[in-house]
Design a binder for this molecule. Sequence first.
Ligand SMILES: [Fe+2]
Ligand SMILES: [Fe+2]
Length: 427
Amino acid sequence: MLVPLAHAQNLGETIQECPGTLTGSTQPQQIHLQMTDDASVMNVIWATEGRSTGEVEWNGQTSPSTDYCYNHDMAFHMASMTGLTPGEEVTYRVGSGGDWSEEFSFTPIDSSAEHFEWISIGDHGDSSEAMDVSDGIISDSAAQMVTISGDISYADGEQSAWDDWFNYQQDSMTSIPWVTAVGNHENEPGYGFVPYEHRFDSDGQIESEIFWYSRDVPGVHMVFMSTEHDYEPGSTQYAWLEQDLSSVNRDVTPFVIVYGHKPMYSSNSYHGSEVELRDALEELYVAKGVDLVIAGHDHFYERTWPVSAETVQDEGKGERFARGIAPIHLVIGMAGRSAYEELDEPQPEWSAYRENSTYGWTRMVYDGDVREISFTHYRIDGTIGDEFILQEAPLGSGSDDGFLGVPGFGASLPILAMFGAAIRRLR
Ligand SMILES: [Fe+2]
Ligand SMILES: [Fe+2]
């Protein structure tokens, strides 16, 4: 939620005013939605070359922006759209210094919906492959959200790289929220995390602590954590993770996915498994029933079996897995930056599938009727690299068996009910 400037300053955060030397165009650019933890409130952030005040106009209402700068020659603006109804489309535009953007629209996520589709990427950047991934996302009109498991623009101190990155994604970021975890490349030489903070959440106005937070979407409690800050037991982040993972209502969100940057499990030779991370957090994730951990950092794709302490806990049935046994870990750091091709040999037992010279994104579909998530890993050439399904029901007791040998038939309750009715009629 947008809190008054005075409040932000009380938190020890100072919003830097923009210098009078910023006299360029006040045409809004780099416009992007920022999802809050309240479905009735959506924030929007944009940038202008010139210093100005701004506002957002939506559904016949207007709200002023907070305007601020950091050590880069652009002015930033963040404003809140409030009183929104989940599931109902909102049309909006943003303005600064009398210049307005075109109109955009988005639909606030209704966490009680029975269907949700989203895309996850990691290690993006601005290569031609990264742009192919972006184009795939932008053209995906059914996706309702994008997550990034860190290493976002690879600006690495060159702030105009962020400007270009946001402008390239604007077509998607103005209509669906992109929700991010920080990677090591968000900790920039000479800037630290300041650019990330200012471009995704002006000084902690959306989150009191923007490096770890959670969001509920249909079927899934999503945790965004930082592998780039202290996560050891006893740390603030660990305490937060423990509290957040303990508070999940599985009736509402049967699945828990943790997004972070460095992987607990990776058989890529470039970085490999982040063992300190595994030592610090794996036990907690297993104890709290985390279903999936989605990381990046190693620029390849890998999926583990449900695993704990490097020991495979389950091998599922075909491409189907039941939640509640142990987390499956994905490394999806191949959204464009580069490909780390050298793999550890032999392939560790916990590694179920890996792919080391392709680029792409992972797409998830939650189906509330059968309470399962389908995962598909798409390559930029349009082929599919990996597919699996995570279901709430134990294997052997539900949709996985099929019915009368028809896969998925047992899950189809309306059909089953018709079948039951037919049997009753026959009696
Ligand atoms: Fe990376
Ligand atoms: Fe990284």
